[in-house]
Design a protein around this ligand. Structure first.
Ligand code: HEC
Length: 385
């Protein structure tokens, strides 16, 4: 679940030092050099876990503004102005927090009015010093530069596509830094995975803007973006091709239909459907087979796609301006792309507020069972939206 919890983040904000800086490391990483093994107890378990597996930021967000949860209570906003006021949180009504009451909440799980906190909120075993550091950081968390932004760099996580180097561009006096492992201290994550559904869910949970190359389903929320077409659009492209082919054909969207189809008909299906068939692949020899892909399934294709994604992100960062945050970056990604980046060999990238799924084309290829290869016929086809 908490993907970012396990990695150690070296990048630290320039402005903090001393106690709040140590507190920041606890907040983001679950520990620091002086307190490497803080423990926490979760949800009724008697066995404490390392806090590095569930740092505060993984639930409350690296900006402290609260987060999403898969189930149960939603991690609330814990920025100072919110904690200093009485508030209704979920079904609880609580008084304003003082530093001592805040320490009690984090270590013993009672809010400022003594109500027990939901079991989703871990109980952290903090030394007096760790508690002091963490509280010192929580007092200034809203004054920090946003995640992924420092005085001289904008940080992008790029997973996969190792040959791609950081662009030489500077934006508003900051260079672009590419981080190669998952990190919460970034503005956005570009993940070269073509099966990105799990990443899209994590993006929502961790409130990390994330671009993946492909996914079976549209993103579940605002933070995820898919570069390619959707599965239903690829099926529609196959149907359009079948209608124009002038030969009896079957568009199979499940494995049973795929196997049952008459040997004389042309057999059309998407790569996803074939994946779903698992090991019991249908017999494709001596048949006319056309498979729909999001993009040509060779490595060069995916690297080009990652470049297109990076280019789009850089344009959005430029558009978002000097004071970019994840929020304003999301806004910029939902605006039409500048003409120079919106076109690529793959098609037009049509992200908008309503739609986070990308290109307007699918790649249809003819499968030659004898050689086991794909021919780009009919090739790129417009998808129907
Ligand atoms: C696994 C997710 C998770 C982690 C990790 C987590 N919290 Fe929470 N936290 C929650 C949830 C959920 C609530 C709300 C509980 C409720 O409403 O009963 C909460 C509540 C709180 C509250 C009470 C807020 C209020 O308005 O009453 C504070 C303060 C808090 N967390 C601080 C922290 C700090 C500091 C850390 C790290 C040391 C941390 N949390 C780690 C999920 C988490």
């Amino acid at each position: 679940m908490l993907r970012f919890g396990l990695c150690v983040i070296a990048a630290l904000g320039a402005s903090l030092s001393g106690s709040p800086q140590r507190g920041r490391e606890i907040y983001r990483n679950g520990g620091n050099a002086d307190a490497p093994t803080i423990r926490a107890v979760i949800a009724g378990s008697s066995q404490p876990l390392e806090a590095s597996m569930l740092p505060c930021a993984s639930c409350h967000g690296s900006d402290g503004r609260g987060g999403n949860s898969e189930s149960g209570a939603k991690p609330p906003d814990i920025t100072p102005l919110t904690l200093q006021q009485p508030a209704d949180v979920g079904t609880r009504r609580r008084a304003a927090y003082t530093p001592a009451l805040l320490t009690r909440a984090i270590t013993l799980g009672f809010d400022a009015s003594g109500n027990p906190l939901d079991r989703v909120m871990p109980r952290f075993q903090l030394s007096t010093r760790d508690a002091r550091d963490l509280i010192a950081y929580l007092a200034v968390i809203d004054r920090e530069t946003p995640p992924g932004v420092s005085d001289d760099a904008l940080r992008i996580v790029l997973l996969g596509a190792p040959t791609i180097e950081a662009p030489a561009t500077t934006l508003y006096g900051r260079r672009i830094e590419l981080v190669r492992t998952p990190s919460p201290d970034a503005l956005i994550t570009i993940d070269a995975d073509a099966h990105g559904d799990a990443q899209l869910e994590a993006a929502e949970r961790e409130r990390m803007p994330t671009v993946v190359l492909g996914a079976k389903h549209p993103p579940p929320g605002r933070h995820g973006f898919v570069l390619t077409s959707t599965e239903s659009e690829r099926i529609a492209a196959l149907r359009a091709f079948a209608a124009s082919a002038g030969h009896a054909s079957v568009v199979a969207t499940d494995c049973a239909t795929l196997r049952a189809a008459d040997a004389q008909t042309w057999l059309l299906f998407s790569a996803t459907t074939l994946d779903d068939c698992g090991r019991s692949e249908p017999e494709l020899a001596d048949r006319h087979v056309i498979i729909a892909f999001a993009y040509p399934p060779d490595a060069a294709g995916s690297e080009q796609l990652v470049r297109a994604a990076l280019e789009r992100v850089l344009a959005a960062l430029a558009d978002a301006g000097r004071d970019v945050t994840r929020e304003t970056l999301l806004d910029a990604l939902e605006r039409p792309a500048p003409a120079s980046t919106s076109m690529s060999t793959f098609g037009l990238l049509g992200w908008s507020r309503q739609r986070h799924v990308g290109f307007d084309r699918a790649w249809l290829a003819t499968f030659d069972a004898r050689s086991g290869t794909l021919r780009a016929e009919p090739g790129w086809s417009d998808v129907v939206r």
